[in-house]
Design a protein around this ligand. Structure first.
Ligand code: FES
Length: 159
């Protein structure tokens, strides 16, 4: 079966894993999203290979990967909790929510639990200012988070 690239065109037959079709930098983000979906993170080797294929500097790839909070440059846990740290969230107590997650999970922000189940991150915006403090658990948004909700979320994810 023919392979298709990230933007839906027929993939270059030499492009094994990344499914690159026209080697333009506009494919960078879709390629990164695809790798992220497949493996959960984008390795240094991936970044170098993508840069080589697209004819751009690896720093460009790295800067995109590290700019977007939804892309990981390191292996993350099975689940990822992202706590919004926008000004509305901070004013509504997101720092307290972060501390509660850290306590419940036994890790600091930016870390993954020893069993590799849960990664805790901060994120600048999840579009939930009106329901701050808000978190994103994998792809699910949760607003008006309380310390009790933190406990419930962690309990659910640890199952
Ligand atoms: S600015 Fe607050 S969630 Fe986006």
């Amino acid at each position: 079966m023919a392979k298709y690239c990230a933007v839906g065109k027929r993939a270059d037959k030499d492009s094994k894993e990344y499914n690159i079709c026209d080697e333009s930098r506009s494919e960078l983000l879709p390629i990164l999203e695809k790798i992220q979906d497949k493996r959960g993170y984008i390795s240094d080797k991936d970044m170098q290979q993508i840069a080589d294929r697209l004819g751009i500097h690896p720093v460009e790839v790295y800067s995109v990967v590290t700019f977007y909070s939804f892309l990981n440059s390191e292996k993350a846990g099975k689940h990822t909790i992202r706590v919004s740290n926008c000004i509305s969230s901070v004013m509504k107590g997101s720092k307290r929510i972060v501390r509660e997650f850290e306590k419940e999970l036994g890790i600091n922000i930016g870390e993954t639990t020893r069993d590799k189940k849960i990664t805790l991150k901060e994120i600048s915006c999840i579009g939930m200012c009106d329901l701050a403090p808000a978190v994103m658990v994998d792809s699910q948004l949760v607003g008006r988070v309380t310390t009790q909700k933190v406990k419930d979320i962690v309990k659910e994810l640890k199952r």
